[in-house]
Design a protein around this ligand. Structure first.
Ligand code: G1P
Length: 307
């Protein structure tokens, strides 16, 4: 393997968006707190952080988002209430929501784009590589947690940036950052990692292209591990697609340095950021739930919708 890079300890979760696609549900409740089966959407990303060895989660938040802070804070009154009534399991569930993670919060004062949201976390991240997880995307069902896989790539490449991509149908290319990439051989010493056979070097990226202008059908899923120099690039990035400062445009600079890698995610990506994706995530995750899965499947069968 090439030179060792610093450990990836921190993850940035941008959660300042207004959730307008879910109105009226999100009038008073953050989109990230909408429930998929039995957990708020954002908890899936936080659990992925824990499973990936992240130690410190930085939320880039905004007005009317305090429910997220409360959810990951301790709740001593609720815990003792449950303990006193013998509801030990529920008390444990409440206590363990955030694992051993440290949480920090910083605010994005205006909706200036994903690149700007990530830039808001620059001081809290400091001079070390970090992960970014888009909380409305649930990445499930791969052998390794998505973020952990990207951390492995970052370390094996001596600190290069890494992103997950997936094949996107023609009519949906306009909703994703699309990459132009080529397969490369994994660095020596990385042969045993699951991604080593499917490592790509990214040459360029285009945010939300028309189908005609898309350089491939590989779209960014919403998981990134990035070197700290991305902050310098984002600070210089001018508003792009949609008049926003795009993370994808900062990534173009990294790709230009030959320091951005991608791999096709092997699990299932649920984009719960719109209503249909949210319903699909609810059904698929509900079907896999250890307790609810069986009765839920029977219910769906009774509707004659699934085998
Ligand atoms: C963002 C990114 C885009 C990425 C997508 C994944 O777009 O800008 O590159 O493909 O997330 O969900 P958004 O969905 O926030 O508009």
């Amino acid at each position: 393997m090439t030179q060792k890079s610093k450990k990836v300890r921190k993850a940035v979760l941008p959660v300042a968006g207004l959730g307008t696609r879910f109105l009226p549900a999100t009038k008073a409740i953050p989109k990230e707190m909408l429930t998929v089966v039995d957990k708020p959407l954002i908890q899936y990303a936080v659990e992925e952080c824990i499973a990936s060895g992240i130690e410190h989660v930085i939320f880039v938040t905004g007005r009317r988002k305090s429910a997220i802070e409360d959810h990951f804070d301790l709740a001593p009154e609720l815990e003792s209430f449950l303990e006193e009534r013998g509801k030990t399991e529920s008390a444990r569930t409440v206590r363990e929501i955030g694992g051993d993670l440290q949480f920090s919060y910083t605010r994005q004062s205006a909706a200036l784009g994903l690149g700007h949201a990530v830039l808001c976390a620059a001081e809290l991240v400091g001079d070390e590589p970090f992960a970014v997880l888009l909380g409305d995307v649930i990445m499930a069902g791969s052998p390794a947690p998505a973020t952990r896989e990207l951390i492995e790539i970052c370390q094996a490449t001596g600190g290069g940036g890494a992103i997950h991509v997936e094949r996107v149908p023609h009519e949906r290319l306009q909703f994703y950052g699309i990459i132009d990439a080529e397969p490369i051989q994994a660095p020596a010493g990385a042969e045993n990692f699951a991604w080593s056979e499917r490592l790509l070097r990214v040459n360029n990226l285009v945010e939300k292209p028309s189908a005609e202008k898309a350089p491939s059908d590989l779209g960014i899923t919403g998981r990134y591990v990035l070197p700290p120099k991305i902050f310098d690039y984002l600070a210089e990035t001018k508003p792009g697609t949609g008049g926003e400062i795009q993370l994808t445009d900062g990534l173009c600079r990294l790709a230009g340095d030959g320091e951005l890698y991608a791999t096709v995610f092997q699990g299932r990506t649920h984009d719960a950021g719109d209503k249909l994706g949210f319903l699909q995530a609810t059904v698929e995750i509900g079907l896999k739930d250890p307790k609810l899965g069986k009765p839920f499947r029977e219910y769906l069968r009774s509707l004659k919708l699934v085998e």
